[in-house]
Design a protein around this ligand. Structure first.
Ligand code: TXA
Ligand code: MG
Length: 383
C-alpha cells in the first residue's frame, strides 16, 4: 500500500496549505485533529469529495455526516434563508461553540447535498474548537464534512498513530495534532421538535448536566433535556431513526470486549456470574499452549482496577481509565485504551462499568456498543 504522510507540525501555514490542496484541488479526504476525536474531512458541498469519505471508511450510505464550520458566517451559508435560531440553540451556541456540541438544523437540499444528510430533513453541524481543525476549515475556506477517521465499526481514533494504523494508504495526509483532549465524539442534539425539548441523540463530550445548567442559566426555566437512560426511553427518539448511525456495530476492536458490572444492580437481562466462574471461562478460551492474554480497562481505584488477579493460564494487561471521581479522564482514555490493548495483542478485553453521570454517560454508551449486549456481565467479586 502507498504510504501516508503524517505531518507533525500541522499548525504551520505550509502544512495547512498542503492539506487544503488535497481537499480543494484533489478532492481527497484528509485526517485532522479535533478536540473530540480525529476526523476524516472532505469538502462538504462537493459530492465527489464526500463520497470518498464513505468509500474510505466503508461507511453505510444511510449514516449521515456532521458538517464542520469555522465561523458563524460560514454556518449562515448552510442554513435555509427563512430559518431563525431558537432561544435554546442561541444559549447552547453561546456556551458550547466552538466545542464538542453538534446541533441539528433544518436542511435545504439545494444547499446541502443529500449524500451528507442521507436524505434526512436535517443536517448536523458543529464548530470545533481545536486550532488545527479551525485553521484547516478557514484555509480551505469551505465547510468540511467529517466523521471520525476510522474504518466503520472500529473505535474512534484519538491519536494520529491510531489513524495511521487503520487507514494507512487510504488517506492522502494525516495532520498530527497529538492526543485529542476530550477523547469521545461530540454530543449530538436535536432541538427542532415543536415541543421545544432538547433531545440528546448521542451523549458525548458536552455533558447533559452542563446542557441543563446552561439552559437554566440563560433561559430561566429550562426546556426539557431528554436522553436515553436505563429508566427513560423517549418516544420521539424511538419513533424516528434520527441518528441512523447508532444502529450499526460500533467502537469494536478486533477482539471480543466484555462489559463487567461490578457495583450497581445491572440492567435487566445481564448475565450474573461469580468472578471465579467467569475467570475460569476465560481460561478455557486458550489453546492450552500459551496463556490467554486478557486486557483490562478499569478506573485506577475501582474493584477491577485494584483487585489482585489470578495468573493460572491467564496473562493480564491493565490500562487505567483514571480515578472514578474524574469521568472526563475516563472519557479521554477510553478509545486510546481499547486501541492500545488491541495493538498489544490481547485476546480479549474486559471493561469495568462506570457511573452513568457526566462524561460517564457517554463512556457507557460507547462501552455498551463495543461489547454488544450478549457480553454484558454482572461480575460478583467478593473482594
Ligand atoms: O466529535 C465528533 O462528532 C466527530 C469529530 C470528527 O467531529 N465526528 C463524528 O462523526 O463523530 P461520526 O460520523 O462518526 O458520527 C456522526 C453521528 C452519527 O451517529 C450520525 O448518525 C449522526 O451523527 N448524525 C449525523 N447527521 C445526523 C442527522 N441529520 N440526524 C441525526 N443524526 C445525525
Ligand atoms: Mg464515528
Amino acid at each position: 500500500s502507498t504510504s501516508t504522510p503524517v505531518i507533525s507540525s500541522p499548525e504551520t501555514l505550509s502544512a495547512l496549505q498542503a492539506a487544503s490542496h488535497q481537499l480543494v484541488h484533489n478532492l481527497q479526504p484528509v485526517a485532522f485533529p479535533t478536540e473530540t476525536v480525529y476526523g476524516l474531512g472532505a469538502l462538504a458541498l462537493n459530492v465527489s469529495a464526500t463520497s470518498k469519505i464513505f468509500s474510505t471508511k466503508g461507511r453505510p450510505a444511510d449514516n449521515p455526516l456532521i458538517v464542520h464550520v469555522s465561523s458563524f458566517a460560514m454556518l449562515q451559508t448552510l442554513l435555509p434563508q427563512d430559518y431563525v435560531l431558537s432561544d435554546s440553540y442561541t444559549a447552547l451556541m453561546k456556551h458550547f461553540w466552538p466545542g464538542a456540541l453538534t446541533l441539528l438544523f433544518p436542511s435545504d437540499p439545494k444547499i446541502i447535498p443529500p449524500i451528507i444528510t442521507a436524505n434526512q430533513p436535517t443536517v448536523a453541524i458543529r464548530m470545533p474548537s481545536h486550532p488545527v481543525a479551525r485553521a484547516l476549515i478557514a484555509v480551505a475556506n469551505a465547510p468540511l464534512a467529517a466523521p471520525s477517521a476510522n474504518s466503520s465499526g472500529k473505535p474512534s481514533p484519538t491519536r494520529a498513530e491510531h489513524v495511521l494504523r487503520d487507514l494507512e494508504g487510504k488517506v492522502g495526509i494525516i495532520l498530527d495534532g497529538g492526543a485529542c483532549g476530550v477523547g469521545l465524539e461530540s454530543t449530538v442534539v436535536d432541538g427542532l421538535h415543536a415541543d421545544g425539548a432538547i433531545r440528546v441523540l448521542r451523549p458525548g463530550g458536552i455533558t447533559v448536566e452542563d446542557i441543563e445548567r446552561v439552559l437554566r442559566q440563560e433561559m430561566g426555566v429550562s426546556p426539557k433535556v431528554l436522553v436515553h437512560r436505563r429508566d427513560y426511553r423517549d418516544e420521539v427518539m424511538e419513533a424516528t431513526p434520527t441518528t441512523p448511525g447508532m444502529k450499526y456495530r460500533h467502537y469494536s476492536p478486533a477482539v471480543p470486549v466484555y462489559l463487567l458490572y461490578t457495583a450497581s444492580p445491572p440492567p435487566d437481562g445481564v448475565q450474573r456470574l461469580e468472578a471465579d466462574e467467569f475467570l475460569a471461562s476465560l481460561q478455557d478460551k486458550g489453546d492450552g499452549k500459551r496463556p490467554v492474554k486478557v486486557g483490562i480497562l478499569a478506573p485506577s481505584d475501582s474493584p477491577l482496577g485494584t483487585c489482585s488477579l489470578p495468573m493460572d493460564g491467564l496473562e493480564w494487561t491493565r490500562f487505567s481509565l483514571g480515578p472514578t471521581a474524574e469521568p472526563s479522564v475516563t472519557a479521554h482514555l477510553l478509545f486510546d485504551g481499547l486501541l492500545t490493548l488491541e495493538r498489544q495483542g490481547v485476546d480479549l478485553i474486559l471493561i469495568e462499568e462506570v457511573e452513568e453521570e457526566r462524561e460517564g454517560l457517554a463512556v457507557m454508551n460507547r462501552v455498551k456498543k463495543a461489547a454488544g449486549e450478549s457480553r454484558w456481565i454482572q461480575f460478583n467479586s467478593n473482594g
